[in-house]
Design a protein around this ligand. Structure first.
Ligand code: HAM
Length: 438
C-alpha cells in the first residue's frame, strides 16, 4: 500500500515543532488576559451558509465543504468572526458590554500552499463587541503588539498599517462614485498589487476615470498622515459630513494608539483594503518591516455583522493573527530558538525491591509540583543515570540501601555531580528546598 502522508498544507507537529508554537500560544494568552479578554470556543463545523452569507466570495471559494449523513451542507471553519457574531448575537442581552473575548482556533482554508499560507493553521482572535469608541480599535491593536513584544519583536521588526474603509468609501462618494459601484472600485484596488499598472489604469479609467483619476486616488492613498490626506482631499473635493467624520475617526484611532504608547509601531496606510466583506470602518494589518512576508495579522471594525444575526446592531472590532507567518518572522530574527524542555528530576533505584518506593516518590514529587520521571521496568543504575542525562534532568533522586535503613535517598545534581543525602519525608514535604534547582 502506498504510504499515506499528511494532507498537503497540514503539519505533523512533533513535540520539537510544537514547542515554539506553544510559546506563541503562551504569549497570545498572556497578552489577552492582561488586557481583560476571556477565552471562548466555537464548533469546528458550521453550516456552509454561515460563510456564504457573511465572509465574502474569496473565502467561500476556499472552504472545505462536506455533506453529513443527513444531507446538511457543512464547512470546516475558515475563520472565527461569523461564529463569534452568531454566538454573541444569540445572547446579546445577557452579556455585559463591552464583550472582550479571545480564542485560539485551528482554521481550515483550501488556499494555494505557499510560504506563510497553509491549509490548516492556528489563528489567535481578539475582539471587542459593544463599543464604537476608537479606543476599542486601538486596544485590540495594542493587545496584538504587546503579544509580539513579549515574543521579542519590537518596532524595528514590525509595523501596523492602518486604513479606514469608511474613509475610502467617503472619498469615493464625495467623488460621486456611489453605493453599488464602490464594491467594483474596492475589487480593483484590492487587485492593484497583482495587476499590471497600465491594465489597472485602463480598467479604472473606463469606469470611474472621469469622476476620480486613479493617479489622484493613488496619491491620496500614499498619504503618511491623516492631516496630509485631509488637506489633499479638501483641495479637490467638497468635504461631506461623512468624509469629515471618517477622517476624525481615523485620526482618533491614531491618537488612542499614541496614548497607549505604541504610536511608533503604527502608520497610516490607505492601501490596506482587506479581503473580507464585513469590515465597515478602520482596518489594519501587521507586517514585518521589510515586508518580505505576508501579513502577520489582519482585522478591523465590523459594525453591521452582529445585526445580521439578530435584531440588534452591535459595533465590533477585532483581529486574527496566524501562527505561520509569525513563526517565520521569529525564526528569521533568531527568536524562535529555545532550549529543549528539560526534566527536573529522575528517580532511580540502585538496589532491588524498591520499585514501589520509586513510584511512591515519583507520585509525591509530581503532587508537590515537581516534574519527575522514572523507568517503567527495572534497569541497572548506570543505564538509569544515562537516561536521566539524555532527558536533560537537573537532578537524580537515587533510592538505595539508605532508603531501606533510614528512609533516606541521595540527591545527585547532574551538572556538578555533587550528592547529598536527604530524608524522603523532607524531600516530598519541600522538594525545592531539598533539591537546589538553581
Ligand atoms: P484574515 O486576514 O483572513 O482575517 O486572517 C488573519 C490572519 O490569519 C492573516 O494575517 C494570517 O496571519 C492568518 N492566515 C490567514 N490565512 C492563512 C493561511 N491560509 N495560512 C496561514 N495563516 C493564515 C480573518 O480571518 C478575520 N476573521 C480576522 C478578524 C477577527 N477580524 C475581526 N476579528
Amino acid at each position: 500500500m502506498a504510504k499515506i502522508q499528511a494532507v498537503k498544507g497540514t503539519r505533523d507537529l512533533y513535540p520539537e515543532l510544537f514547542r515554539p508554537i506553544r510559546r506563541i500560544f503562551d504569549a497570545w494568552r498572556r497578552a489577552s488576559e492582561l488586557h481583560g479578554f476571556e477565552e471562548f470556543e466555537s464548533p469546528t463545523l458550521e453550516y456552509l451558509d454561515l460563510y456564504r452569507e457573511k465572509s465574502g466570495d474569496e473565502l467561500v471559494g476556499q472552504l472545505y465543504r462536506l455533506t453529513d449523513a443527513g444531507g446538511r451542507e457543512l464547512a470546516l471553519r475558515p475563520e472565527m468572526t461569523p461564529s463569534l457574531a452568531r454566538m454573541v448575537a444569540a445572547k446579546i442581552n445577557a452579556l455585559a458590554k463591552p464583550i472582550k473575548w479571545f480564542c485560539i482556533p485551528k482554521l481550515f482554508r483550501g488556499e494555494n500552499v505557499q510560504r506563510g499560507r497553509l491549509r490548516e493553521f492556528f489563528q489567535w482572535n481578539v475582539d471587542v463587541i459593544g463599543s464604537d469608541s476608537p479606543v476599542a480599535d486601538a486596544e485590540v491593536i495594542l493587545v496584538g503588539i504587546e503579544a509580539l513584544r513579549n515574543l521579542g519583536l519590537t518596532a524595528e521588526h514590525i509595523s501596523v498599517h492602518i486604513s479606514n474603509r469608511r474613509l475610502i468609501a467617503a472619498i469615493l462618494s464625495a467623488a460621486k462614485i456611489d453605493g453599488g459601484e464602490q464594491a467594483g472600485a474596492y475589487a480593483l484596488l484590492d487587485k492593484a498589487g497583482k495587476m499590471k499598472s497600465d491594465e489597472l489604469a485602463t480598467k479604472w479609467n473606463e469606469k470611474f476615470g472621469e469622476r476620480l483619476s486613479l493617479d489622484q486616488l493613488r496619491e491620496w492613498m500614499e498619504a503618511e498622515t491623516i492631516g496630509q490626506l485631509a488637506d489633499g482631499v479638501r483641495r479637490k473635493l467638497t468635504m461631506t459630513d461623512e468624509l469629515e467624520a471618517a477622517t476624525q475617526q481615523t485620526s482618533d484611532v491614531m491618537s488612542a494608539l499614541s496614548a497607549f504608547g505604541v504610536g511608533d509601531f503604527c502608520k497610516l496606510d490607505l492601501k490596506i483594503v482587506r479581503g473580507l466583506a464585513y469590515y465597515t470602518g478602520p482596518v489594519f494589518e501587521f507586517f514585518d518591516k521589510s515586508q518580505n512576508e505576508r501579513a502577520i495579522c489582519g482585522g478591523g471594525r465590523y459594525d453591521d455583522l452582529l445585526g445580521k444575526f439578530g435584531k440588534q446592531q452591535e459595533p465590533a472590532v477585532g483581529f486574527g493573527m496566524g501562527d505561520v507567518v509569525l513563526s517565520l518572522l521569529l525564526e528569521e530574527n533568531g527568536l524562535l530558538a529555545e532550549a529543549n524542555m528539560s526534566l527536573m528530576v529522575f528517580v532511580a533505584d540502585a538496589v532491588e525491591g524498591l520499585r514501589d518506593e520509586v513510584q511512591r516518590v515519583v507520585a509525591g514529587l509530581r503532587r508537590a509540583g515537581v516534574q519527575a520521571e522514572f523507568n517503567y521496568a527495572p534497569q541497572a543504575l548506570g543505564k538509569q543515570l544515562k537516561q536521566a542525562d539524555k532527558r536533560g534532568a537537573t537532578a537524580v533522586v537515587i533510592l538505595g540501601d539508605e532508603t531501606r535503613e533510614r528512609g533516606a535517598c541521595q540527591v545527585k545534581l547532574l551538572a556538578s555531580g555533587n550528592s547529598t543525602e536527604v530524608t524522603i519525608e523532607s524531600l516530598l514535604a519541600n522538594p525545592r528546598a531539598a533539591i537546589p534547582f538553581g
